[in-house]
Design a protein around this ligand. Structure first.
Ligand code: HEM
Length: 500
């Protein structure tokens, strides 16, 4: 009797997780022929190769790059995850439609948490996100951000003088988070201590742990993949309970009292930081607009700081790594900075446009190793088409925006680090405007991209003025994926003070 149950269970399992998916993939192959590459590994799908790639090549993306280079004309890779189809869209004409028609999708729940991010700009419902982007958009324009360059310079120069720089990534993370908080938020939020940590260390650590748990803890990731947002609070594991308690301490115990106090003492016409802008909207809500809640104000702080900090610091760290490897380029760029900035202490807005070599180098580092390999994976809300590709409701769709950077259809000699390619008239051979989009594109692109570019140029520029960036060529470097692509070992890049 038991055996019959086992057999029936096995048959259902095989049908749901293997046969059903395999047949769907074969049908896609039949319809799309050479346009599609099929990658089927029961349960794990293409994610299986992330670990394989790291084990074999010491680089989490190498297998995907090689696959792209062997099949430069594929439009998409069709794979699976558990019982779902997973499409990795390579062709910029195809993923353009994913990015432009973003309302066809919800974001996968990596980094989602009901208390930490459910109403934030990262995960809110479309109407909510539209409201948030329109409230915050102006503050992120280059014109407004220009006024913030003194803060960026000041925070960095102080930290360069005082802080330990042995672990460059740690140093950059602390510096970028302080820059973001000081640029966009009030003093009360800059000085909080939670559980013995300053607020940003606590927040970044929490978010890294949340992402790590959702991606690598088997129980949590399967629950999330099968139940989506309904999985939160359902039979929580010990790790989930501990993390929830920390999140409660951050939101209820720390941020909420500050937000309530700010609301109680708000005076109109003091729109100097993000919370003021938001509190103004909160106090003047209109019935036909999405409701703004106090929790949303807390999540605004968490989401802006977390979206802006690790992204910026990881990309600066990887750019410094390439500067350490490309010694001659480092010298050329340092000379440019010294010529453009002269004796002035700050790198100012008027200098930024003149730092063309530095800009080209940053672009090339983005192309050769973008630490954010793709925007968050989406899940199709309804069945729809991406050009001739039918995407069924519930399908996972990743716009693999990094793929064109590996492809010689778009870039000559794509494996070569050649920052001067960005100085030529046409660095991209065939461009529909979506080939090189390190900050994504469309209505859900990176709202902080001008802030990111400005911070990167000022931070790298100031570092090069004072330090030699050194990479020991005898140390074996690897590139793991820990939410972001990063280099390892962590002390690989060293900053050596230059003689005045
Ligand atoms: C090198 C630095 C950065 C990179 C590479 C980067 C990249 C990206 C990408 C690829 C997205 C799209 C994510 C998706 O659709 O899943 C995104 C979204 C976002 N970024 Fe950035 N970002 C950077 C810096 C910043 C900074 C400095 C801020 C703010 C201070 C910021 C705030 C945001 C926000 C709020 C979103 C969500 C927008 C939305 O969903 O509508 N980012 N970023």
């Amino acid at each position: 009797m038991i055996c019959y149950f086992c057999l029936a269970g096995l048959a259902i399992f095989l049908y749901v997780f293997v046969i059903h998916i395999f047949v769907k993939l074969m049908l896609l192959k039949l319809k799309h022929g050479k346009d599609v590459y099929i990658s089927f590994i029961p349960l794990f799908g293409d994610y299986f190769f992330l670990q394989q790639s790291f084990k074999k090549y010491g680089d989490a993306t190498e297998i995907f790059k090689q696959r792209c280079q062997k099949n430069p004309n594929i439009k998409f890779v069709a794979s699976n995850i558990l019982n779902k189809i997973f499409l990795f869209v390579h062709d910029p004409e195809y993923y353009k439609q994913v990015l432009v028609n973003h309302e066809n999708y919800t974001k996968v729940e990596i980094l989602y948490h009901p208390k930490l991010s459910s109403t934030s700009i990262l995960f809110g419902e479309p109407q909510k996100v539209k409201q948030q982007r329109s409230l915050l958009g102006e503050a992120f324009t280059f014109e407004k951000l220009k006024q913030r360059t003194p803060i960026i310079n000041q925070v960095l120069l102080e930290k360069l003088q005082k802080e330990d720089k042995t672990n460059v990534l740690d140093f950059l993370t602390k510096t970028s988070s302080e820059i973001i908080i000081k640029t966009f938020f009030c003093k009360e939020l800059q000085e909080i201590i939670v559980q013995g940590n300053d607020i940003t260390t606590e927040m970044i650590d929490l978010i890294t742990q949340l992402g790590d748990m959702q991606m690598n803890d088997l129980y949590v990731s399967i629950k999330l993949a099968l139940l989506g947002r309904r999985s939160f609070g359902l039979f929580p594991s010990k790790n989930e309970k501990q993390l929830d308690a920390r999140i409660d301490r951050l939101i209820d115990g720390t941020l909420m009292p500050i937000i309530k106090n700010k609301i109680a003492n708000y005076k109109p016409n003091q729109n100097s930081d993000f919370l003021d802008i938001y509190i103004h909207a909160y106090l003047n809500q209109k019935p036909n607009e999405p409701k703004i809640t106090e929790l949303e104000l807390c999540q605004l702080f968490v989401s802006i700081v977390s979206a802006g900090t690790d992204t910026t610091s990881h990309q600066i760290a990887i750019t410094l790594y390439y500067l350490g490897v490309e010694r001659q380029a480092q010298e050329e760029i340092r000379q440019e900075i010294l010529n453009v900035v002269g004796n002035e202490v700050d790198i100012q807005p008027q200098h930024l446009g003149k730092l063309v070599l530095l800009n080209a180098f940053i672009q090339e580092a983005f192309r050769i190793k973008n630490t954010v390999i793709q925007p968050l994976t989406r899940i199709a809300k309804e069945t729809h088409y991406i050009k001739n590709l039918k995407v069924e409701k519930g399908t996972y769709v990743a716009a693999l925006t990094t793929a064109p950077s590996w492809n010689d259809k778009y870039f000559d000699d794509p494996n070569k680090f050649d920052y001067k390619r960005w100085l030529s008239q046409r660095p991209i051979k065939e461009d529909n405007g979506y080939v090189f989009v390190p900050f994504s594109a469309g209505g859900r692109n990176c709202i902080g991209q001008h802030m990111a570019m400005m911070t990167m140029k000022i931070m790298i520029g100031q570092i090069l003025r004072q330090y030699d960036v050194v990479v020991d060529p005898s140390v074996k470097v690897t590139f793991p994926l820990v939410l972001f692509i990063q280099y390892s070992p962590q002390n690989l890049v060293q900053l050596k003070k230059r003689k005045e």
